[in-house]
Write a new protein. Structure first.
Length: 285
């Protein structure tokens, strides 16, 4: 059985392509294998949904707790019969073909498979899965659909189904990653536990807001991302840490040369700070 969680932020349920597409599918085709859909709202003000399938349950957080805590909430609230938790962003368009393939694939998978994920594209660009053994994943050969991987790929959170028994074994989602790099950490953790990720044949469309974050991101958003990536490469995927430091050096130089002085100073701050961006927090999970 499946449960799902859609995390909202500054968007109403009626504006979310994920909720609109999922509600249409559940209403028209039922999908009895999907028992509950949590709407976890991180927005400042609550907005109780109306006219949705009865399986939708709404929860409003009084503050923006990010993704990891929201996912852990759904994991804690799940029913005993729930084998899979599907995590969803607010701007992924779901299809009937995806749900049918996801449910069908789950029936015959060995316990070594901890996650099932579709191909995700932003227009024509495949953004998930990508290689995780490089810092330039969109410039290398991309993982293929219909394959099962035991190493070196990353799948984004949205539309990924995680085996709840595996999530319990690792203590849930790592709250050290408020938003960014949570998907990198989870994919990395799956492989460090000698588990696998199954990639479906089906493709979904998703709007990825950080596809060109170095050039288009506002300063506070950039600071949050660089903090998460420094944490990930310094504490977890350490084999890429030296390459990551070289990338920071080149990025910072480019930012200074192009007049983005605040960005460049921030990049060099993280480059020369120790460990987890200079913070003294402990390593989780």
């Amino acid at each position: 059985m499946f449960e799902m969680i859609v995390v909202l932020y500054n968007m109403t349920f009626s504006e979310s392509s994920t909720i609109k597409s999922l509600n249409k599918l559940l209403t028209s085709n039922n999908f009895p294998e999907i028992k509950r859909v949590w709407l976890f709202d991180n927005s400042q003000h609550a907005n109780e949904p109306e006219n949705l399938d009865e399986r939708f349950l709404y929860y409003h957080s009084s503050k923006n707790v990010g993704l990891a805590q929201a996912y852990n909430y759904a994991l804690k609230q799940r029913g005993e019969e729930t084998e899979w938790l599907v995590t969803l962003d607010q701007d992924t368009t779901l299809t009937n073909e995806y749900l049918v393939e996801l449910i069908t694939a789950s029936h015959n998978l060995p316990q070594t498979v901890a996650a099932i994920a579709p191909i995700i594209k932003d227009n024509e660009q495949q953004i998930s899965p990508v290689r995780s053994d490089t810092l330039r994943p969109l410039h290398t050969e991309l993982p293929k659909k219909g394959q099962t991987y035991s190493q070196d790929i990353m799948v984004i959170n949205s539309a990924a189904a995680l085996r709840t028994s595996f999530l319990n074994e690792i203590g849930g989602y790592n709250v050290e990653f408020h938003l960014d790099y949570l998907d990198h950490w989870l994919s990395w953790r799956i492989f460090t536990e000698k588990k696998q990720i199954k990639i479906l044949l089906h493709e979904l469309q998703h709007q990825l807001s950080v596809l060109d974050y170095v050039n288009q991101m506002n300063f506070s958003r950039y600071q949050a991302i660089i903090q998460a990536e420094k944490c990930y490469y310094s504490l977890y995927d350490k084999q890429l840490f030296s390459q990551y430091r070289r990338q920071l050096l080149l990025r910072g130089c480019k930012q200074l040369l192009t007049g983005k002085f605040n960005y460049g100073k921030m990049t060099f701050k993280f480059l020369f700070s120790g460990g987890n961006n200079g913070n003294k927090g402990t390593k989780a999970n």
